[in-house]
Design a protein around this ligand. Structure first.
Ligand code: GDP
Ligand code: IMO
Ligand code: MG
Length: 420
């Protein structure tokens, strides 16, 4: 069977840590969408590591890690990540597998991402500029090069054709980017990629499932950044929700069992777009500082705000969440008062649904206030020892979203997690 861990907000919920924590219970850990826009932080031997494309199970020696066909893969970032992972004594040539149908990000995708953002000016998405949007456009536009193509002699010819196509687009944008250094790195990385385990991902994973192996699918980004159901157009370009697991790995829906949704105890967003509970004030600043809310991929300060239960209930519905993991509860340790958003006031009316187009309406969040627990929680190991005010906060969230918070993460470390 396949279980899923994915983000329920706008990304950076702490998925990497949670996947690393649960990885020992599985045989295979698989990424099914996204690409180097992701930044998943884990601590191994007290060292901080940020993974972008390699699944967060890679630090467990005996686990198979798969990059699935739904991912857009940047070989340059991959090579760098593999070097980091190898420095911990992990043999990527043994533990990492890449699906042939995985689409490649080529240097001109990054240039196109930049050009597109520049043209959008004020309404820019705040893309990570890793080439994600243009790479998925080439996938749906049926132009893309895929990992399996690397093994064919026509690769270079097809690469040049695609680059030419991109050059025309860049000319239309009147955008000039010197990509020769990127190309040099790209071709070096391509040679490295050819030496890795390139497999027929859908057969590989289904055969393992038939053998009774347990698969953990790791989401990237968050459900509110989903291409269909997120705050479009301020979203990423892939299906970040549980449905994406099927198309991103080639497995049937009935194979999916548990869906663990990860949410912070508050909320953050990086990049542009609507964020109803954003605190553009001293409280937001305090959350950012305490939670060290700076992007793992781009270093940008993350926008911070109170937890948004309207959005959370929506993403639990979209994903069929069976259990919730609440991370960064410790960040709220020293707050006297906490708020949770229970409704959106739009044109004077209270709504409990996420509107079609958040950018076209003014949303005033309706809050319920809670007393903060005002106690350090990072050393707590058992649920019974959690502050009662934290339990009250969690109980309200459980009841509102209709899915149980089963785990509370109270620090970035591997061992800082409590089962409720
Ligand atoms: P991801 O993209 O969902 O994997 O999340 P990121 O790695 O981008 O951001 C989460 C950040 O919070 C990382 O710096 C983690 O080390 C850190 N983190 C994860 N869980 C906790 C937690 O429970 N408490 C604290 N204080 N930090 C956490
Ligand atoms: P993880 O997996 C947070 C955001 C960008 C931008 C929008 C589109 O670490 O949770 P893109 O580069 O995909 O075209 O950017 O999505 N974004 C993320 N925000 N965490 C992420 O990944 C993100 N990946 C993309 O900031 O607003
Ligand atoms: Mg992240």
């Amino acid at each position: 069977m396949v279980d899923v861990i994915l983000g329920l907000q706008w990304g950076d919920e702490g998925k990497g840590k949670i996947v690393d924590y649960f990885a020992p219970q599985y045989n295979i850990i698989a990424r099914f969408q996204g690409g180097p826009n992701a930044g998943h932080t884990l601590y191994v031997e007290d060292k901080k590591i940020v993974l972008h494309q390699i699944p967060s199970g890679i630090f467990h020696q005996d686990k198979i890690n798969i990059i699935g066909n739904g991912v857009v893969l940047d070989p340059v970032t991959l090579k760098r990540e593999c070097d980091t992972v190898a420095s911990f004594g992990i043999d990527v040539k043994k533990n990492l597998f890449i699906a042939q149908r995985t689409n490649l990000i080529i240097p001109t995708h990054r240039a196109l991402d930049k050009a597109s953002e520049l043209q959008k000016a004020e309404s820019k998405i705040g893309s990570t500029l890793k080439g994600i949007g243009p790479a998925y456009m080439d996938k749906t536009g049926r132009n893309a090069l895929r990992v399996g193509d690397l093994l064919d002699k026509s690769f270079i010819t097809n690469y040049i054709k695609l680059r030419l196509k991109h050059q025309k687009l860049l000319d239309n944008f009147h955008f000039i980017e010197e990509i020769s250094a990127w190309e040099e790195e790209f071709f070096e990385a391509i040679e490295f990629l050819r030496t890795l385990n390139i497999v027929n991902g859908e057969y590989f994973i289904n055969n393992k499932i038939s053998e009774g192996k347990r698969v953990l699918a790791e989401g990237a980004q968050g459900s509110m950044l989903d291409i269909d159901f997120g705050t479009f157009p301020f979203v990423t370009s892939s299906s970040t929700i549980s449905a994406g697991v099927c198309t991103g790995l080639g497995i049937a829906p009935q194979k999916i069992n548990q869906v663990l949704g990860v949410t912070k105890a508050y909320c953050t967003r990086v990049g542009g777009g609507p964020f109803p509970t954003e605190l553009d004030n001293a409280i937001g600043e305090r959350i950012r500082k305490t939670g060290n809310e700076f992007g793992a991929t781009t270093g940008r300060p993350r926008r911070c705000g109170w937890i948004d239960l309207v959005a959370l209930k929506y993403t639990c519905m979209l994903n069929g969440v069976t259990q919730v993991v609440m991370t960064k509860a410790d960040v709220l340790d020293a707050f006297e008062e906490l708020k949770v958003c229970t409704a959106y006031k739009i044109n004077g009316e209270e709504k409990a649904e996420v509107p079609f187009q958040m950018t076209r309406v003014t949303i005033e969040p309706v809050y319920k206030c809670f007393t903060g627990w005002n106690r350090e929680s990072t050393k707590i190991k058992e649920a019974v020892l959690l502050p009662s005010d934290m339990s009250t906060y969690i109980a309200f969230i459980n009841q509102y979203i209709g899915a149980p918070v089963k785990y509370v993460s109270n620090g970035p470390g591997r061992e800082q997690i409590i089962t409720l």
